[in-house]
Ligand binder design. Structure first.
Ligand code: SF4
Ligand code: SF4
Length: 64
């Protein structure tokens, strides 16, 4: 099953909130921002808690 995954449009300050709050442990912080892996359950917690509003769902049709 493919789940929607948040994407980072470049506003990320690497604060680490998304990685700390992800209930699935799906977020790893890299130098350029969060990397979200297949463990994501599309709960939206990272999007809701990002102080920079750097996370959003991918645009429809951009999957893959
Ligand atoms: S919460 Fe937002 S600003 Fe902080 S590391 Fe995650 S994507 Fe970047
Ligand atoms: S949507 Fe939920 S499970 Fe997916 S990366 Fe964000 S916090 Fe983690």
């Amino acid at each position: 099953m493919t789940v929607a995954k948040p994407v980072c449009p470049g506003l990320c300050t690497a604060c680490g909130q998304c990685a700390q709050r992800c209930p699935a442990g799906a977020v790893a912080l890299a130098l350029r921002g969060p990397e979200i892996d297949h463990l994501c359950v599309a709960c939206g917690t990272c999007i809701e808690n990002c102080p920079e509003e750097a996370l959003a769902w991918p645009a429809e049709g951009s999957e893959g």
